[in-house]
Design a protein around this ligand. Structure first.
Ligand SMILES: *[C@@H]1O[C@H](CO)[C@@H](O)[C@H](O)[C@H]1NC(C)=O
Ligand SMILES: *[C@@H]1O[C@H](CO)[C@@H](O)[C@H](O)[C@H]1NC(C)=O
Ligand SMILES: *[C@@H]1O[C@H](CO)[C@@H](O)[C@H](O)[C@H]1NC(C)=O
Ligand SMILES: *[C@@H]1O[C@H](CO)[C@@H](O)[C@H](O)[C@H]1NC(C)=O
Length: 350
């Protein structure tokens, strides 16, 4: 004991003397063959996560023999929890595993409007406005359909907790956009959650959707969010006004991946939970999946995906990243009349 602590002290001293800062970074990989969604043969567009036990594959785990309680009368989720516990206990101190539940918000007024106007007219004209005479889609709220979708996911969680004995999230995060704040509320309120991990989400700016010129990507003020979701916590330094959204400019998807990595690094550096819920957006979850090394898996409104992540601390400097400036977004003076999505660059103005 004494010898090793002296050795550590000397090592620490040596590295201070030589002036080499002790750098490390986090790297993510997906543990596959646990969920249908991580299998390349699973078709995302027709996949129904509530009809398939969240995609959890019926299988044996190397940890089953040490399950302890009656294996035959256990659920797949209970055995998975034991497996995750087992691999975490066996892991080196530079490794850990966490199960992420990534949920997309239910249908918002911006989604309904895109369907109504068609993608070219939406992207090149309507999405840059706050709404029309009857509907507001700036920081869109959920439509009645979106509310029902979130309530269905709430029922599904009730079933998972009661019948499947799933381990519910220990911590909750959400994008600052209203549709996500509200989806998280509808999804996780009224569940039989453990006392030590109540539903008190933390709002994190970098879980927001890819920032486009669309007004649905401009968040409301901190005071407005607080007024509507008084029990939610804000991450440190969350400003009153949206510091990122810029009229007629858009974040690049490379930049989005850089900040998705940053927000995951922030979560995994400050939260030692193993079960973590994130409520976000289709584009943002796609970005998180890229950063985690998961295959592409598109989520319809109100859908969620579980991902078991291996988090590795690697010694040395993180690979360099360079953020790019926002790019200008072209628009049309009047809505284009074509309806198919072949007009991504708004070259079809009429
Ligand atoms: C993916 O699913 C297919 C079809 O069910 C199966 O044959 C294959 O073994 C799976 N692959 C992996 C890596 O689990
Ligand atoms: C998914 O499955 C659930 C439960 O089986 C069902 O109630 C729901 O309608 C299905 N959703 C879709 C979009 O088919
Ligand atoms: C406004 O847009 C919505 C689409 O979300 C549409 O249903 C509604 O009819 C539009 N209102 C007017 C006045 O055009
Ligand atoms: C980091 O993770 C990615 C997959 O997400 C993997 O391809 C890569 O090899 C990992 N890097 C290191 C240094 O382990």
């Amino acid at each position: 004991m004494i010898a090793s602590s002296i050795a550590c002290g000397l090592l620490a001293l040596a590295s201070t003397v030589s002036g080499t800062a002790h750098r490390s970074y986090l790297n993510y990989t997906v543990v596959k063959e646990l969920f249908l969604q991580d299998n390349d043969t699973t078709v995302a567009s027709t996949f129904n996560f509530t009809a398939s036990n969240f995609g959890l594959i019926d299988r044996k785990y190397p940890s089953d023999s040490s399950y302890g309680r009656d294996l035959k009368h256990s659920t797949q989720w209970q055995r998975l929890a034991h497996y995750i516990d087992y691999i975490n206990k066996k892991a080196r101190n530079t490794e850990r595993y966490a199960l992420l539940f990534l949920g997309r918000h239910g249908e918002g007024y911006h989604n309904a409007a895109e369907t109504y106007f068609g993608t070219p007219a939406w992207n090149c004209y309507w999405s840059e406005l706050d709404g029309n005479a009857t509907v507001t889609w700036a920081d869109a709220h959920l439509t009645p359909k979106g509310i029902d979708q979130a309530k269905d996911v709430n029922k599904f969680w009730k079933h998972l907790i009661k019948d499947e004995k799933i381990t519910p999230p220990e911590t909750y995060y959400t994008s600052p956009m209203f549709r996500c704040l509200d989806t998280a509320r509808l999804t996780f309120t009224g569940l039989n959650l453990p006392k030590r991990s109540p539903f008190i989400p933390t709002i994190k700016e970098y879980f927001r959707e890819g920032i486009s010129a669309h007004t649905c990507d401009r968040r409301s003020t901190r005071s407005y969010i607080h007024k509507n979701f008084p029990s939610y916590k804000f991450e440190k330094g969350f400003p009153e006004k949206d510091p990122y959204w810029r009229a007629l400019f858009a974040e690049t998807s490379k930049d989005q991946d850089i900040r998705s990595k940053k927000v995951l690094d922030d979560v995994f550096s400050n939260d030692d939970s193993t079960y973590i819920s994130v409520t976000a957006h289709s584009g943002e979850i796609a970005s998180l999946l890229r950063v985690l090394g998961h295959r592409v898996f598109g989520l319809s409104t109100g859908s969620a995906i579980p991902v078991l992540v291996k988090i590795t601390t690697i010694q040395g400097n993180a690979p360099a990243t360079t953020t790019q400036p926002f790019t200008p977004q072209k628009t049309c003076a009047v809505p284009p009349t074509i309806r198919d999505s072949s007009c991504n660059d708004c070259s079809c103005c009429t």
